[in-house]
Design a protein around this ligand. Structure first.
Ligand SMILES: [Zn+2]
Length: 68
């Protein structure tokens, strides 16, 4: 039985909920994946920054998903 190479690749990458790109390194937050680059961005972003709100909105969606 042949297992395709394509399958192999999709096992190692997950779609990041912040940047919507497929990455192999990152963390699982609840049921969603955040790549290590976005994780770093979030950690470095100050709450006063406009970006921060964007990240929080993304994470709020997750919260709703896991609590509904
Ligand atoms: Zn990302």
């Amino acid at each position: 039985m042949e297992v395709g190479i394509m399958n192999n690749q999709s096992l190692n990458t997950k779609t990041c909920i912040v940047c919507d790109q497929e990455k192999s390194e990152g963390i699982m937050l609840y049921i969603a994946f955040v790549c290590s680059e976005c994780e770093k961005e979030i950690v470095q972003t100050e709450p006063e920054e406009e970006k921060y709100k964007y990240y929080i909105d993304k994470l709020k969606v997750l919260n709703q998903l896991t609590h509904s």
